[in-house]
Design a protein around this ligand. Sequence first.
Ligand SMILES: [Zn+2]
Length: 139
Amino acid sequence: MSEDCIFCQIVNKKIPAFRIYEDERSLAIADINPVTEGHVLVLPKNHAATLMELTPGDIAAVHQASQKVAQALMKSLKPGGIAVLQLNGAAAGQVVMHYHIHLIPRNPPKDNIKFLNWEIKPGDMKAIEKTAAKIKEAF
Ligand SMILES: [Zn+2]
């Protein structure tokens, strides 16, 4: 637990939230700045800022909880689909530095979420190969 972390305070019920699902290791809450109706955040109860710090057990727990919440979203709200978004670090757009998965029910073209509608265009194969090799060397 991190004292100044808003999600840790929600986990510990020091700050109220619309709690949707909860198990031993995970908590799902309604996003109070919803991108679409039914936007839910799923987080581990243990504090970890990003994917890079999350324990394997919490990764499994949070993704299993996300699946349950996604099934409930499909059943209750019947969206066309659900986007799963997870941001790591301020540069990536992460606002609360406690790992969380966004479940965003979608009904395009009605919701017209521009950042989820990127253009698919072929990349430079040489550059892709070079970058892939660079990443592989880091293991
Ligand atoms: Zn936290």
